[in-house]
Design a protein around this ligand. Sequence first.
Ligand SMILES: Nc1ncnc2c1ncn2[C@@H]1O[C@H](COP(=O)(O)OP(=O)(O)O)[C@@H](O)[C@H]1O
Ligand SMILES: [Mg+2]
Length: 316
Amino acid sequence: MKGADYAIECEGLTKKFGEFKAVDSINLKIKKGELFGFLGPNGAGKTTTIKMLTTLLTPNAGEAKVAGFDLKGEPEFVRSRIGVVPQEFALFGELTATENLWYIGKLFGMSDAGLKKRGEELLKIVGLYEHRNLPSEGYSGGMKQRLSVAAGLLHTPEIVFMDEPTTGLDPQSRIALRELTKKLNESGITIVYTTHDMEEADKLCERIAIMDKGKIIAEGTPEELKHKYGGMHKIELELGRHEGKVLSELKELVGAKEMKMDGKVIELSVPSVHGDVLHRTSNFFARKRVEVKEMRTREPSLEDVFINLTKKDARG
Ligand SMILES: Nc1ncnc2c1ncn2[C@@H]1O[C@H](COP(=O)(O)OP(=O)(O)O)[C@@H](O)[C@H]1O
Ligand SMILES: [Mg+2]
């Protein structure tokens, strides 16, 4: 049966290595056309999940449909509809960009004419057309990764899986690859993207599943996740002088639930930052004749979400 609305549906998907559950019974629905992210620290189970969904690893339990086809029963149909950009490059260094695509296209059984046309089109899309006749071993990390994306797109897949494509790239290449990912998604391709970079997931992905220790611990749009699990907004202040009495009045005034001192910085936790709270705070200190050296607000980030969900540092 072909599922109409979902690119991917899975239930109870599990992968064990010996007794260790690398992926522990995950349930998920990814809509067609979505740019969906798996976000989690190293070892969370992202790559193992991607490998199962792309038929490279057999699940120990669970069901999944990918592009409307049953993962177990119709793996060859699944493979024909998906493209994969793996975490490790799988290119031939001594071959040029054109030759690499040619080689991969031949593995897919593409015709010479079809391959030439599609190859050139893709090399333009990923910005490698000018470099197409140079051996790929001389490319920068970003160029290699873009060639890897082109390889994943060769047979015009409906869904592309990209496993930590920006890891190890310099900031410029990372930005270029994110732009390319957005462009591909806007052209109608469903993208499943993994990253351990919280800010990247926040910027790039429409919806995110946060993974930790083989489980999906939360799912939603970045906004929903921050709203639900991000905790308090912060107001941070640096003042000319500190007086306990003035500070407790301020706490009352802005409706802070908590006030902390971190070195010279005073941090107030408020349920939300209203338009006039900063204005009221400045007026308050002006009346008290206390100099405000610095005042800023901080919204919850996905890092806060992760910390709150796991109660440990995201990078620890
Ligand atoms: N082939 C394997 N054999 C044994 N353990 C594995 C294998 N592949 C992955 N693992 C373990 O499974 C867990 C999840 O790995 P992985 O899916 O690669 O995580 P991520 O991609 O999120 O960093 C890790 O603890 C990893 O060491
Ligand atoms: Mg991985």
